[in-house]
Every structure is written in C-alpha cells, then in structure tokens.
Write a protein that binds this ligand. Structure first.
Ligand SMILES: Nc1ncnc2c1ncn2[C@@H]1O[C@H](COP(=O)(O)OP(=O)(O)OP(=O)(O)O)[C@@H](O)[C@H]1O
Length: 308
C-alpha cells in the first residue's frame, strides 16, 4: 500500500448479515472531490456498501481504508469529522428540535462538554439556510412532514461538514422541485468545499444530472461504473435492471434520459445477468453499446403546451 494514498477505498470487500453474503468482491476507490451516484435494483447492496464506508458494518472479507489505513483504526470522532453518513431511515431522539438536531452534526468537532463555538454556530446556520429549514428551527422534528424532515437531516449532514459525505437516497420524500434543489445544493457544496459525495439514488435522470461518476450494482457486485453516458446506455440499463429502455438525451442538460419500454426476462429474482443480456441481444440484433445517444435517431418528444 503506497504511503501517499488518500481517500476512502474498499479492497476486496465482502459484506454479510448474519453470515449471509450480500456484497462480494467490492473494489472501489471513492472518487475524491467528486459526486458519485450508486444505482441499482432494490436489494442489490447499495445501502450495504455505504454502511461499510461509514463503519456501520465491518467487512467479512477485505479492508476498508481511509488514507491507506483501515477505517477501524480511527477513533470515532476523528472518523466522523472525515466521513459522514445520512442513512436511509435515520431516527431522531424524541422531542428534539430542528436546531438541536442540526447542531448535533457538530458533535464530532467538539470536546465532550465543550460549548458550541462561533464556528459551530456558523456551520449550523449555513446548513439550515442552505436547506431552507431555517424557518423550522424551533419545530420538533417529529412533527414535520417527510420532506421537511429529510431536508433537516441533510442540514445535519452538511453541518457535520465531513470530507466524504455518504447519503442513502437523500431525495426520499421530496417533491420534484425539492429533489432538484437538494441535488443542486449537494453539487454546489461539492464544488465549493471539495467534499466527496457518494449517494444512493433511484431516479436515473437525477443521478445522471447530479453525478460525475455513476456506479451500477447488481446482485451485490459493481457491474458498471463511469460517467452517466458510459453507464446509462440501453445495454447498461438492461444489464443492471433487466429493463428494456430507450435512452434519450435530456434536452436541457444533455444527460441520459431513460424511457422504460418493459421488463426483460423473469425480473431480478429470476433471470441471471447473462440470461438478461442474452434476451436483450436477441431482441436487439444490432445493439449499439455506445454512449447515451443510443438510439440517436429518436429525439426526445416535445410535450405540447396545455391550452388555457
Ligand atoms: N439488517 C439486515 N439484516 C439482514 N439482511 C439485510 C439487512 N439489511 C439489508 N439486508 C439484505 O441485504 C441485501 C442488500 O440490501 P441493501 O439494503 O444493501 O440493498 P439496496 O440496494 O440498498 O436496496 P434498496 O434499493 O431496496 O434500498 C438485501 O438482500 C437485504 O435484504
């Protein structure tokens, strides 16, 4: 292992729950200073991978390293200053207010009984402001709507201000406008602070729009990774989701836009990877495996304006 290696890396990692292997042979270096989206079908191991990077789940095999050192070697607070996670279903302590919860994001930066510093208060205020939750500061978290609560959790993660931020489906519960807001906010945060962001996303158009790097998982393994153009091809979508889809270009951003046509084969639980690909090839005798412009001849249809 070279002394100079920096960042977060999984090396030959397998992950299990109660002895049942769910992720196998994971080799992945989190792209430093970039935004990465992990995509894949339900149960393919996306959250489990985040848990390994967050030290919630120890590898059954292999190692997770931060700057070349096993992550288990870092004291808890030291690790939390560098790597933060927003899990899929975080639990807030009963009765806690929004301001108190977001302030907890600063805990790794403080001594056990130390009072918040001006810098802590500044981080919390910025996080509340950026997530548009400032007006909710005195409300109890449990009385918020799902979308408001989700933005509060994101505020807490931003207040923590780690070098690597892991987010499991950060757009859950958000309406479309807030999904776009949150992803744009995370991109801005990445650009301004250089934070490496890794997030599990289900919405492929949003993943393509938000991420520099896309990682596609299937059955506990990474099956594709690269730019959205590399991963979200017609064949890529077939391989990852057993889905026959057209891949158009988002006319606004130029990123891939997936239009599902139907399922291939017996679905995730039945058809294996090679069956799906075989079927896809049979249905598409002349597949173009190129970037997302496939098939280029089909333009994104214009949706007519509604008549008043
Ligand atoms: N705490 C747990 N105990 C036992 N098995 C688990 C646990 N958490 C996840 N699993 C199993 O591990 C596999 C991978 O789950 P994981 O949550 O990582 O998938 P995912 O890709 O994030 O799915 P989703 O898109 O549905 O959130 C699944 O088969 C799941 O049932």
């Amino acid at each position: 292992m070279p002394q100079t290696e920096t960042g977060l890396r999984a090396e030959g990692v397998s992950l299990s729950y109660d002895g049942v292997r769910v992720v196998e042979g994971l080799d992945f270096h989190v792209p430093t200073g970039k935004v990465t989206a992990i995509i894949g079908a339900n149960g393919s191991g996306k959250s489990t991978v985040l848990k390994a990077f967050a030290r919630i789940l120890a590898p059954a095999e292999g190692r997770v390293l931060l700057d070349g050192r096993p992550v288990g070697d870092y004291p808890g607070k030291a690790y939390a200053r560098r790597v933060g996670i927003l899990p899929q279903q975080p639990l807030a302590p009963a009765g806690i207010t929004v301001a108190e919860l977001v302030s907890r994001g600063r805990a790794p930066h403080r001594g056990a009984f130390a009072r918040p510093t001006a810098a802590d208060r500044e981080h919390v205020a910025t996080a509340l402001e950026r997530t548009e939750t400032l007006a909710l500061a005195d409300r109890r978290v449990e009385e918020l709507s799902g979308g408001q609560r989700q933005r509060v959790w994101i505020a807490m993660a931003l207040a923590q201000d780690p070098e690597v931020l892991l987010l499991d489906e950060p757009t859950t519960y958000l309406d479309l406008a807030h999904q776009v807001d949150v992803l744009d906010l995370l991109r801005d945060w990445n650009a301004a602070r250089g934070t490496s962001i890794v997030m599990v996303l289900h919405e492929l158009a949003l993943a393509a729009r938000a991420a520099d790097h896309v990682v596609a998982m299937r059955d506990g393994r990474i099956v594709r990774q690269g730019s959205a153009d590399d991963v979200l091809t017609q064949r890529g979508v077939a391989e990852v989701f057993d889905l026959d889809a057209l891949v158009l270009r988002d006319p606004v951003r130029g990123t891939p836009l997936i239009v599902p046509r139907g399922r291939l084969g017996g679905g995730h639980s039945g058809a294996g990877h090679s069956d799906a690909e075989h079927e896809w090839r049979a249905a598409h005798p002349d597949p173009t495996a190129g970037p997302a412009s496939t098939p280029p001849s089909i333009p994104a249809p214009a949706i007519p304006e509604e008549k008043p």
